[in-house]
Design a protein around this ligand. Structure first.
Ligand code: ZN
Length: 476
């Protein structure tokens, strides 16, 4: 196509300079802008609309699995953080602390929440007295702050939006079951809504959440072969229950500590969408979360009847619950094609005098860059069907791209060659921290998750007996 040359040149080459491509895309598509305070981001309406769609889909799933939303305070007493030893060690380097308010120095400094296990724990100790009060299944949609030295929009910013689920249970089995259940909710959501295939599994001790007994992660492969941790679910055992005195009187009359879990996903998921599906033309959004699912571009808009027909098609699609935009600006059709392709709109309807006369319309698919003719008579059902097909095809295409880039390695040279080539690398690991650190030092890859259902003979580093088959990758 001739009309896209100018536009393509404005985005850095995706293969040659992926970081610059990412920056160009997030800024030019108006998803985000930099905030005045270093490391902060402004999520602009087009980006926020994606987040709202993510929220709607996830929130429904949380409620279907029995969870309720609540809202807890942004400020947490500094002393809360210190109650769980690993937790404070993990988060202390990146917390922002409020020392002054109302013109006075505070008696106790307050932490701007980096996560809310401590304040949930504090309140749960008040609310939970008996086995009848359990389980407690709560979620909050909130912002959190983690002071970061190097930042990138959506991927790592000092403030970001997320949801955090916090649950308390009478038994270990129940709390573990909840942890895995929510990991699976995330996986189903990632695949069916974001069209991103993910690998879920347990994390190593080194990579687990500070204060957890076990962390389970969901990892997605980005365009450059690096991994993005797209969500985590933590089994906290009785660590936080003991730190915050969450006790209940059980059926047998004994006083016991509860078992807790926590799980979260954030605006990072928007970064995942950009980097998993994007191409040289810009974003490619899956229909379920796309702010605009269909754009209508009039051809020869000034010719009699064209705008009227376009408006009519728009109303029909809107009535069917489809998010549709009619681009009635005076830009040229070619300019509009480029603009909406860059913004990743899944379908484009092109409608001109000849199409209208013939009772047809052209529909362009952003994911495959293909155009086909459809009858105007049943344009609504055609669009509905196409949106479903695009959603499914995008997941399958992403799965194929990922699966051909998962390789095995038996030694350090193999791990290095694998990650250098933009792959996820499966390798045996003995379970010792020394070998894990050595892999990081020599290849810049980290242990993402254990490869579920797979075992290995020997450790790729020391040659001793392997405890796990691990997926190693460079990560965001
Ligand atoms: Zn080893």
């Amino acid at each position: 196509m001739a009309n896209d040359n100018n536009f393509v040149n404005q985005i850095a080459d995706i293969e040659k300079d992926f970081p610059q491509w990412y920056t160009d895309v997030v800024l030019k598509t108006k998803l985000v802008d930099y905030g005045p305070v270093k490391g902060t981001m402004v999520i602009r309406p087009y980006g926020y609309a994606i987040w709202e769609n993510i929220q709607r889909e996830l929130d429904r799933r949380f409620k279907e699995t029995g969870h309720e939303n609540a809202y807890f305070p942004l400020l947490i007493p500094m002393s809360f953080l210190s109650k769980e030893k690993e937790h404070v060690e993990g988060f202390a380097p990146e917390v922002a602390v409020v020392t002054h308010a109302g013109g006075e120095e505070l008696a106790e400094p307050l932490v701007v929440r980096p996560t809310s296990e401590t304040i949930f724990g504090n309140m749960y100790s008040k609310w939970i007295q008996s086995y009848r009060d359990l389980p407690v299944l709560m979620n909050q949609w909130a912002n959190v702050m983690r002071w970061e030295k190097t930042t990138r929009p959506f991927l790592r910013t000092s403030e970001f939006l997320w949801q955090e689920g916090h649950t308390a249970h009478a038994t270990e089995e129940e709390a573990l079951e909840e942890t895995i259940k929510m990991l699976n909710v995330y996986k189903e959501f990632a695949e069916n809504c974001l069209a991103i295939p993910v690998i879920t599994g347990k994390k190593t001790e080194k990579e687990k959440f500070a204060g957890a007994v076990a962390t389970f992660g969901m990892e997605a492969m980005m365009h450059d072969g690096k991994s993005l941790q797209a969500g985590t679910s933590h089994y906290l055992g009785q660590n936080f229950a003991k730190a915050f005195d969450i006790k209940f009187l059980d059926k047998d009359g004994a006083l016991k500590y509860a078992y807790t879990s926590s799980w979260g996903v954030s605006t990072r998921l928007i970064g995942a969408l950009i980097m998993a599906h994007g191409d040289q033309r810009g974003l490619a959004l899956p229909p379920v979360v796309a702010p605009v699912q269909v754009v209508i571009v009039p051809i020869a808009a000034k010719k009699a009847g064209v705008m009227e027909k376009c408006a009519e098609v728009k109303s029909q699609l809107e009535a069917a619950g489809i998010r549709v935009k009619l681009d009635d600006t005076d830009n040229s059709p070619g300019w509009k094609f480029n603009e909406w392709e860059m913004k990743g709109v899944p379908l484009r309807i092109e409608l001109g005098p000849r199409d209208i006369e013939g009772g047809k319309a052209l529909i362009f698919r952003r994911d495959r860059l293909e155009k086909a003719e459809y009858s105007l008579g049943d344009i609504v059902s055609a669009v509905k069907e196409l949106l479903a097909v695009v959603q499914k095809d995008m997941l399958e295409a992403a799965r194929k791209r990922r699966d051909r880039r998962i390789v095995y390695a038996n030694d350090m040279a193999g791990i290095l060659a694998g990650v250098e080539g933009g792959n996820f690398v499966k390798a045996g690991w003995c379970g010792c921290r020394e070998c894990e650190d050595k892999i990081k030092a020599e290849t810049a890859a980290t242990a993402r998750v254990y490869a579920e259902g797979e075992s290995a003979e020997t450790c790729a580093v020391c040659g001793k007996k392997a405890q796990h088959m691990v997926i190693f990758a460079r990560a965001y």
